[in-house]
Design a protein around this ligand. Structure first.
Ligand SMILES: Nc1ncnc2c1ncn2[C@@H]1O[C@H](COP(=O)(O)OP(=O)(O)OP(=O)(O)O)[C@@H](O)[C@H]1O
Ligand SMILES: [Mg+2]
Length: 322
């Protein structure tokens, strides 16, 4: 059994968005709804779901970059929204973020070497060691000494993401929240970055919360997978279980939407965008889109329950053993 590194309990985040025009009322966006989830030490937990379902918001909450509306996140036993200054400093070191778009997240006026040294300066016990440590981190992610002098615009997309990863691992973190780390990259480069992340995980015992909307990427990377829909986790299980035996109707639809190499094969088109289906006030949130719905799905909101060993699903049909 692996230890729990991060524990998310009853976590919710609601944004209040102004209506925009005259007389238009403010809207509530319930980005994360009552999520309870553990991240185990040394695992890659994949978080998958379509655009706007709340993945990044959940990731930002896990980094304490966002305050929750309710609920808590415990890291090594402490609620991360309630840390002393000293504890917060340690937390900022132990939990790091890798962004989707390395270009936007790198300072254009800093060389790669300066970018990697920055976190090291902030936390260094021996400043004299910082340049050598930075060189070592850059080698670890496959960049050379010569790269250290270059600016972000002088790199390819894949190399820029290597800098982003170098910055994230510089302080030897325990947990990395990787938010769509390869979505902005060419497909040919994606595998290199994913393999680098796997290697770093083995070498440094890292834990990943790996966020993506891409079902093939999540399958390649994850030990366990959490499927998110409209702010809720609707299915949680091992990689094998989610792919061999998807239980939630939404996960089943995601399966069918995976592109297949054979152009003659008939597959449904991409999933409809969320805004076409406003969230129902009551009952199952997936009801309006669900191919397996029946009347009882409108009566109450299903909670995650263990349908098979270590394989949970939030679905009323599955609750009834169907
Ligand atoms: N700061 C904010 N203010 C208002 N609404 C927000 C804010 N951040 C996110 N949202 C809304 O919360 C919902 C979830 O957004 P989030 O970015 O977490 O989704 P996502 O799953 O990461 O999507 P994507 O795959 O497109 O990155 C969306 O409806 C979004 O518009
Ligand atoms: Mg996002």
């Amino acid at each position: 059994m692996r230890d729990v590194l991060m524990e998310i309990r009853g976590l919710s985040k609601t944004f209040h968005v102004s209506g925009g025009g005259l007389g238009r009322r403010a809207r509530e966006v319930r980005a994360v709804r009552d999520v309870t989830l553990s991240i185990l030490a040394g695992e890659t937990l994949g978080l998958v779901g379509e655009s706007g379902c709340g993945k990044s918001t959940l990731g930002r909450l896990c980094l304490a970059l966002e305050k929750p509306t309710s609920g808590e996140v415990r890291f090594e036993g402490r609620n991360i929204f309630d840390l002393t200054n000293l504890e917060r400093k340690a937390f900022r070191q132990a939990v790091q973020l890798v962004f989707q778009d390395p270009y936007a997240s790198l300072n254009p006026r800093r060389t790669a070497g300066q970018t990697v040294m920055e976190p090291l300066w902030l936390h260094a016990s021996d400043p004299g060691q910082v340049p050598e440590e930075a060189r070592s981190v850059m080698r670890t992610v496959g960049l050379s000494e010569e790269h250290a002098q270059r600016y972000p615009h002088e790199f390819s997309g894949g190399q820029r993401q290597r800098i982003g990863i170098a910055r994230a691992i510089a302080l030897k973190p325990k947990l990395i929240v990787a938010d769509e780390p390869v979505s902005a990259l060419d497909v040919s480069i994606q595998a290199q970055i994913l393999n680098l992340m796997k290697k770093l995980q083995r070498d440094f015992g890292l834990t990943y919360l790996f966020i993506t909307h891409d079902f093939s990427v999540v399958r390649y990377m994850s030990d366990r997978i959490a499927v998110m829909y409209l702010g809720r986790i609707v299915e949680l299980g091992s990689n094998e279980a989610i792919f061999a035996n998807p239980l939630h109707p939404y996960t089943r639809l995601l399966h069918q939407a995976i592109p297949v190499p054979d152009p003659r094969a008939k597959r449904p088109g991409p999933l409809a965008v969320i805004d076409d289906h406003p969230a129902p006030e009551e009952g199952c949130l997936f009801y309006p889109r669900c191919p397996e719905r029946f009347d009882r799905c409108r009566e109450r909101r299903p909670e995650l329950f263990e349908r098979e060993t270590d394989h949970r699903v939030a679905c009323i049909r599955r609750e009834e053993g169907l």
